[in-house]
Design a binder for this molecule. Structure first.
Ligand SMILES: *Cc1c(COP(=O)(O)O)cnc(C)c1O
Length: 464
């Protein structure tokens, strides 16, 4: 089937969508009035829309298509699996080859102290599983009072009720009366946004933010705290890269206070930071690691939790059955996609490519944008990047919210043939690992042109 020979027009799709599709994280009435962009196909790092425009995907879909679009190996693996066994459950004393093989492959790339995976269908579900599993763990350890989770303001762990409670997105919390009781939050290690005016150096600021965890544990009582959860690098919050001092201090506090450390690897996992895991990049050994996104490179929906021997041992020994699971846990087609994506990462040495080629080049290219008159700061780590838009780069003064500089910049960027996402006035980037070096130069040129266009537009409107 050729998707490009589609009989319907852009307007038809937009009308159907506007009438019947409620979009996630979208003002759906506003979008219905404007009309959604219709993406019809993709190859490598390039999307094609229903009008035939080619757009470079600087976000890997939604932080997931790490091995790029159009990978026949994955399509083949999923097709073969669907023919042979499209579905069977893993509840009732059964497994299937795809789930067994993928769990072994995951254990081989996981840190040495993690040898088991619990399969879910998304990052949000993975964090709900973390919530259940950590509580059962402390019950098994004879410390049932250890129930509270500590997360971070502006952290993101997904959109289900427990995952949104673990996260610290104020808009999400305000809309549904979250977090639930039993969730606490500390401040994020966001130097550009919250650290520059403190009089502390970035490293001192990182330590101060980490030590809020210690203070919070004291406030709540060590015997009441189950776990601390954080993304090694915050993604949805705006690619917030912690100072180097931050993670070792967090790890020390979790160890000394006997609380579980959960590294949410949904974005950082599978090579994004230049090693297999973000926690590995920062030299910490978590007790639980929720994974998703890059797990199948987005070719099938799937998530999971990588479980340390420390947690798995007591739970398996004392709890017996863990009353938890999803109909599609370990789905054969998703496991086949995951295994094929993992083999591509290994055979094409893409994690090493991120570390040795892509990360240094992105650091150079984004460093080169830092002198632009619209830019307050650029930062990168691994193959993640951010650009902080500023009204006055010298002072870091931002545009007012009413200007909507980030949203304008995002729209101009797409018009220039590149997808970057805006988080407030922070432009974020997360490209596929198969991008060529020439394409990276092209990407940086499109980003610079976008910043020029933004400066022109705001000047024309008298906003800067
Ligand atoms: C996207 C994300 C999630 C949620 O994953 P879904 O698959 O959207 O449910 C959880 N944690 C982090 C760090 C994420 O970036």
């Amino acid at each position: 089937m050729n998707v490009l020979s589609n009989p319907r027009s852009t307007a038809d799709y937009q009308a159907m969508d506007a009438a019947h599709h409620w979009h996630p994280f979208t003002d759906t009435a506003d979008l219905a009035a404007k009309g959604a962009r219709v993406i019809t196909s993709a190859q490598g790092v390039w999307l094609t829309d229903s009008e035939g425009a080619r757009i470079m995907d600087g976000m890997s879909g939604l932080w997931c298509v790490n091995v790029g679009y159009g990978r026949e190996e994955i399509v083949e693996a999923v097709t073969r699996q669907l023919r042979q066994l499209p579905y069977y459950n893993t509840f009732f004393q059964c497994t299937h080859p795809a789930a067994a093989e993928f769990s072994e492959a995951l254990a081989q790339v996981a840190p040495p102290h993690m040898n088991r995976v619990f399969f879910t269908n998304s990052g949000s579900e993975s964090n709900d599983t973390v919530f259940r599993m950590a509580r059962v763990y402390w019950d098994c350890m004879g410390q049932p009072s250890k129930k509270i989770f500590i997360g971070r303001h502006n952290g993101y762990h997904g959109s289900t009720a427990a995952a949104a409670s673990l996260g610290g997105m104020s808009g999400m919390h305000a809309q549904s009366g979250l977090p639930f009781p039993g969730f606490a939050h500390i401040d994020q290690p966001y130097w550009y946004g919250e650290g520059r005016d403190t009089g502390l150096s970035p490293e001192e600021f990182g330590l101060a933010r980490a030590r809020q965890l210690e203070a919070k544990i004291d406030e709540l009582g060590e015997d009441n705290v189950a776990a601390f959860i954080a993304e090694p690098i915050q993604g949805a919050g705006g690619v917030i890269i912690p100072p180097e001092s931050y993670w070792p201090e967090i790890a020390r506090i979790c160890r000394e206070r006997n609380i579980l450390l959960v590294a949410d690897e949904v974005i950082c996992g599978f090579g994004r930071t230049g090693s297999w895991w973000g926690s590995e990049t920062y030299g910490v050994t978590p007790d639980l690691m929720p994974i998703a996104k890059g797990m199948t490179s987005g070719y099938q929906p799937m998530g999971g939790v990588l479980i340390s021997d420390r947690v798995a041992g007591p739970v398996m020994e004392k709890a017996g059955e863990f009353y938890h699971g999803y109909t599609y846990s370990g789905h054969p087609a998703a496991a086949a996609a995951g295994l094929a994506s993992l083999r591509i990462l290994q055979e094409e040495k893409l994690v090493e490519r991120v570390r040795d080629v892509l990360a240094p080049k992105l650091a150079t290219l984004w460093g080169g944008l830092a002198d632009h008159p619209m830019v307050g700061e650029t930062r990168t780590r691994g193959f993640l990047g951010a650009i902080e838009l500023a009204k006055n780069p010298a002072t870091g003064e931002r545009f007012g919210e009413e200007v909507g500089a980030g949203a304008r910049c995002r729209d101009l960027c797409v018009a220039n043939g590149l997808v970057m996402r805006a988080v407030g006035d922070t432009m974020i980037l997360c490209p596929p690992f198969v991008i060529t070096e020439d394409e990276m130069d092209d990407m940086a040129a499109r980003a610079r042109k976008t910043l020029d266009d933004l400066a022109d537009q705001l000047t024309r409107e008298g906003l800067m």
